[in-house]
Design a protein around this ligand. Sequence first.
Ligand SMILES: *Cc1c(COP(=O)(O)O)cnc(C)c1O
Length: 495
Amino acid sequence: MEVLYNSTRSKGTPVKASEAILKGLSDDGGLFVPNHIPALDKSLKELAEMSYQQVAYEVMKLYLTDFTEEELKTCIERAYDSKFDTEVIAPLVEAEGAYYLELFHGSTIAFKDMALSILPHLMITSARKNHIKNEIVILTATSGDTGKAALAGFANVEGTRIIVFYPKNGVSPIQEKQMVTQKGDNTFVVGIHGNFDDAQTGVKKIFSDKELAKEMDEKGFQFSSANSINIGRLVPQICYYVYSYVTLLKEGKIAEGDKINVVVPTGNFGNILAAFYAKNMGLPIAKLICASNDNKVLYDFFRTGTYDRNREFVLTSSPSMDILISSNLERLIYRIAGNDADKNKELMAALSGQGKYEITAGMKEELNDFYGNYASEAETADEINRLYQTCGYVIDTHTAVASAVYQKYLKETVDSTKTVIASTASPFKFTRSVMNAIDAKYDAMGDFELVDELSRIANVAVPQAIEEIRTAPVVHDTQCDVDKMKDTVKGFLNI
Ligand SMILES: *Cc1c(COP(=O)(O)O)cnc(C)c1O
């Protein structure tokens, strides 16, 4: 059955998957949601016989119904190839009774690769299907991880260019080095003299500049966005939850139909929403455990039914989860409001006006499958150390937030259901925080010395992504003031 996409904020005409991917956001500011969540049409036993790529096809074909089999399979082949350092793409590692689903084996060693390695291919296929002749220009503001993953995904993809803006003094040295050494003639990286909010606001302004859009069109360009509200990022994320379940099944850890729990370290609510969609497709998931760091807006929301962003923003050692507005939560709100765009719009207006909203008791009941909790900075560091000391397995700070929250959940519930923990970054991406958690003496070492020491104590080879930046030449050195972002874009495009 065909799946069409509605906006969460109005009852306009639904669009096809390819149109939703090209647009990113609906014109009314809403997010695109599928008009129904399709059911898996292969048995779990059948899926257990398949490779990651085959499972991905079986899941994505149900959502991207206007793609042909050949189109979709080509996108999948190009995305999940030797860019990943393991054939299984998303391995499951058992440690201390839980299963860590390692989503960091792609080119930038964080889970954003799972979706950003396929999004460029979905996007150029969508452009072709909709007879778009223009070159697609991806504009992205980044606080670190997304920028590099988007650059790596779009680099050398024909028919696209990518421009990334990052705060010149607001990302880690490793993150900056990863971006400014990015290869590919179609990639552009700019350090702005401002913070992440300035970068984000500047990009939004360029996106909504009608005059510029017209000028671009005349010269054969149009903008698109790769940020995490794009349905082309959400759908690929559903696949690895299905894959993790059938991997457990294949390995005899569970029987067909047994339920599992899923724990997700959460920021923008994209990753856990994908798990929620997987559950609603028929994947036997019991609890969806939503883990936050000290920015615990979501924990408070699940507890009280009030979402309130009026609070201090805390910088933590898990920066990709330092978020006070979880954009993808809007898709869940829309759904628990009974797919009521008016009700959702009212709540989102309250969020942008007063910075908070409260859901009804009926809506709150719909959230029973979710469990929310958070881990403080100390609890996160302790969890990294605990796991290392007990079994030698080293996890990153984001994964440690999830792992620490799972420990709290276990204490509270004594629930023995088999549990998958989404492991969202390699410890090599956050080496300093990880090593300091294991022993304070490491603080005296340099960045790359720490990398080698981590490799030694964890008995894991240094990932290619880190080896590359050790010696890679800087190829991007553009900087600009916040009010010159538009001119910089025009300069890159020669218009
Ligand atoms: C982006 C990110 C997250 C948060 O994922 P959301 O989909 O935004 O909830 C968690 N961990 C890492 C390492 C990330 O890069």
